[in-house]
Design a protein around this ligand. Structure first.
Ligand SMILES: [Zn+2]
Length: 237
């Protein structure tokens, strides 16, 4: 007999290549094994894997996700899923073979129990209030994303100028937080920072927080994390 537990908010965070998406894929597999209804989301800005949450492990299934532009859109989708589950299921995109599809993970006949959200650092500060509302509606939230930007500073959530919220606030809001490390690509020691390289060279401090272009990212330890022109006052943040 399945016991109903309190809805939780969990986050898994760390640098590039630290297994954050694997955490979400494992949550999805667990929920699926328990036959619990859930939905997966990812920000539409993250075009890398299309509409899937994808672990780098070859033995993990892809998890089909709904793309959302912001936290408000995500909440509207969940509201509709709760209010009219049968119609909602009928409108979901077709599942792709080999992936854990939306039509398999959302169950119209049982209550929605969880939302999985990948790359949360690309969403806006409204997400914190959305998490409150989801938990109040009995829906657990499992999040994953980079905690720090290429400067080594906590990622400002979108529209930071309006709400002043960063990934640090989101992590503190969650009931459980799991920090992950990767291996530094220079020395192989534990890395909790992400290096941005533009044409192979460390990016300057004043380049934009989010770029989708020619730049590359790799995990680095503190010793090998280089930000050109970083003000010394921000080094402790
Ligand atoms: Zn290193």
């Amino acid at each position: 007999m399945q016991t109903l537990s309190e809805p939780v908010a969990e986050i898994c965070y760390g640098p590039m290549k630290s297994g954050k998406s694997r955490y979400l894929v494992q949550q999805a597999e667990d929920l699926s094994r328990q036959a619990l209804s859930f939905l997966a989301f990812k920000p539409v800005q993250d075009t890398r894997d299309g509409s899937f949450i994808r672990s780098r492990d070859l033995d993990c299934r892809d998890v089909q996700a709904l793309g959302v532009a912001n936290s408000g859109e995500l909440f509207l989708i969940v509201e509709r899923a709760l209010a009219a589950p049968v119609d909602f299921l009928a409108d979901l995109p077709t599942s792709i073979s080999g992936a854990l599809g939306l039509r398999n993970t959302f169950r119209a006949e049982s209550p929605l129990r969880a939302c999985l959200i990948d790359e949360v650092f690309l969403l806006d500060g409204g997400l914190l209030a959305v998490i409150d509302k989801l938990q109040a509606a009995g829906v657990s939230v499992y999040l994953s994303g980079l905690d720090r930007d290429f400067r080594g500073e906590y990622f400002p959530l979108r529209h930071f100028e309006r709400h002043g919220l960063t990934m640090r606030d989101l992590i503190q809001r969650c009931d459980r937080a799991f920090p992950l490390q990767a291996g530094c690509e220079v020395c192989t020691r534990p890395a909790d920072l992400t290096q941005r390289l533009i044409s192979g060279l460390p990016a300057p401090y004043d380049s934009p927080t989010v770029m989708i272009g020619d730049e590359e990212y790799e995990p680095r330890c503190h010793e090998h994390h280089i930000v050109l022109g970083k003000p010394s006052l921000s080094a402790a943040s």
